[in-house]
Design a binder for this molecule. Structure first.
Ligand code: CTP
Ligand code: CA
Length: 222
């Protein structure tokens, strides 16, 4: 009922957001992952609800509470996140890939717990995971598709390249080398890059930044 009366920049629109890290299983007790907290994606989900959208959050393991009025789909691995994303993408207007998807997964999952060997070193072969946001950008009647670019150097150059390679409407460039900002922190500063312009936002709290980003993204139309 609330959605019927919702007013705001995203009223009547369905927004899907991926968030958090993925975990890539090595064996039943071990995995590869990263330090993503999921906070930016969750803050975007909250801001999209505030703007009147129906919001689906596809979340890796974060331990964060589900924001009010958000439908959450829990996933663990990149392959699970891809499947959930391709199921949701055709039914949404705006898709935001905020997840820190593991670029690789162990090539061979070991169904039994691995035993320590006699050697002092161990090599684990990895296989590249599919690119989720690029796959979403390629579906028929695709939603407005927005990615993030986490970079520790050459922020804007790398981010522009990623936007073009992945076929995204815009990319949110995130400088992870800045102390106390971005990855795993409560504050962030980003540059929103689309085909026409580059807009610097922040540093500010992820909550305020999410509102500013949603205000900008709600102006894109297909
Ligand atoms: N992404 C994705 N699927 C992957 C890897 C990344 O959907 N397998 C998405 C992220 O959610 C983000 C964007 O792609 O929206 C950029 O992620 P990033 O890690 O910055 O870029 P990569 O393309 O993985 O390149 P690299 O890590 O080498 O910089
Ligand atoms: Ca990556």
């Amino acid at each position: 009922v609330a959605a019927q009366f919702a007013t705001g920049q995203l009223a009547g629109r369905h927004v899907v957001i991926t968030a958090g890290p993925t975990r890539e299983a090595i064996d039943p007790v071990r995995y590869l992952s990263n330090h993503s907290s999921g906070k930016m994606g969750y803050a975007l989900a909250e801001a999209a609800v505030e703007a009147g959208a129906r919001v689906t959050l596809i979340s890796g393991p974060t331990g964060l509470p589900t924001p009010e009025r958000v439908t959450r789909i829990d996933v663990t691995s990149a392959l699970e996140m891809l499947e959930a994303s391709l199921a949701q993408a055709p039914q949404c207007d705006l898709f935001i890939g905020a997840a820190a998807v593991a670029d690789y997964r162990p090539a061979d999952y070991q169904p039994q717990k691995m035993k320590k060997g006699d050697e002092d070193t161990l090599q684990i072969a990895l296989t590249k995971n599919p690119d989720i946001i690029a796959a979403v950008a390629q579906i028929e009647n695709r939603p407005i598709t927005i990615g993030f670019a986490a970079e520790s150097e050459q922020l804007l150059e790398y981010a522009r390249g990623k936007r073009e390679r992945k076929g995204l409407d815009a990319i949110i460039a995130n400088d992870i080398s800045r102390e106390g900002l971005g990855f795993n922190s409560d504050d962030n500063a980003v540059t929103l890059i689309d085909a026409e312009r580059e807009l610097a936002l922040g540093p500010m709290s992820k909550t305020r930044l999410a509102r500013a980003l949603i205000a900008e993204l709600s102006r894109y139309t297909r």
